[in-house]
Write a protein that binds this ligand. Structure first.
Ligand code: GLN
Length: 247
């Protein structure tokens, strides 16, 4: 659904982007020489609900690139990692040769937003993962997969998130992780009533255990696009390169 408000926001996103671009690139991926008039946002499209993210980001004015191979990273200024199944995405990312490029770019400061399985992929430490499960890392957090057990695999609740203001976010949890420990650079953005952390931020990284892309609440995606724009204005126009690095 595109409302008038979202149309305005799209205009704002595009204008701000045009005003603040510098042309460097993320290590591990090469800059394109295009002069995009909207932020180029990668959505990891190996598995999961990447279509929902792509639709929302497009409605907000971003140029969405579906990332399936290292070449797709060229020129992206930020990356969204969808919900789905982290163990499957991990295997597919390793098979496609994406892992090294993504690790390098994220470690170098490329903005990234992960929802649910995407948050697991961004976490430095995972509990209840498969024995050979790996992550891209970057977020100094420990997440526990499937933290709500079989009795409560899926549920919805309203979360007060001061960062986003009113109204509360109607959050959908589907076999969701929780953040069990946070490093000193990580801020808890949202907690359940029992205190468990379900949304986090660490500089260029953003993560939610739940799925704004399913409920169509645009506020996290808008916040993420603003983060990307700050990064672009700070001198990063996108991932540079796109040779296939040695794995
Ligand atoms: N349980 C899934 C995993 O471990 C995440 C579920 C989701 O993304 N909705 O990857």
């Amino acid at each position: 659904m595109v409302t008038g408000a979202h149309t305005l926001r799209r205009d704002r996103v595009m204008t701000e982007h045009r005003d603040g671009v510098a042309a460097t690139g993320w290590p591990g991926v090469v800059a394109t020489d295009e002069s995009p008039d909207a932020p180029r946002i990668g959505v990891l499209a190996l598995q999961g609900d990447f279509r929902e993210h792509a639709r929302m980001l497009t409605e907000l004015g971003a140029r969405v690139i579906r990332v399936r191979r290292p070449e797709d990273l060229s020129g992206i200024a930020g990356l969204v990692l969808p919900g789905g199944e982290s163990t499957v995405m991990d295997k597919l990312a390793r098979m496609s040769g994406l892992v090294t490029s993504l690790r390098v770019a994220i470690a170098a400061g490329m903005p990234a937003y992960g929802t649910c399985a995407g948050l697991i992929l961004l976490a430095d430490r995972v509990l209840d993962g498969l024995t050979d499960q790996q992550t891209l890392g970057g977020f100094d957090i420990t997440v526990r997969r499937n933290a709500f057990g079989s009795q409560n695999e899926s549920f919805e609740t309203d979360l007060d998130i001061p960062l986003l203001g009113a109204p509360p976010v109607h959050a959908v949890f589907i076999r969701a992780p929780v953040v069990e420990s946070l490093g000193p650079a990580v801020t808890a953005l949202a907690r359940l009533e029992d205190g468990r952390v379900v949304a986090v931020e660490q500089g260029h990284l953003l993560g939610t255990s739940f799925h704004p892309e399913i409920m169509g609440d645009y506020r996290f995606h808008e916040y993420f696009l603003a983060k990307v724009q700050k990064s672009v204005a700070g001198g990063h126009s996108g991932v540079a390169s796109v040779g296939r690095p040695a794995q």
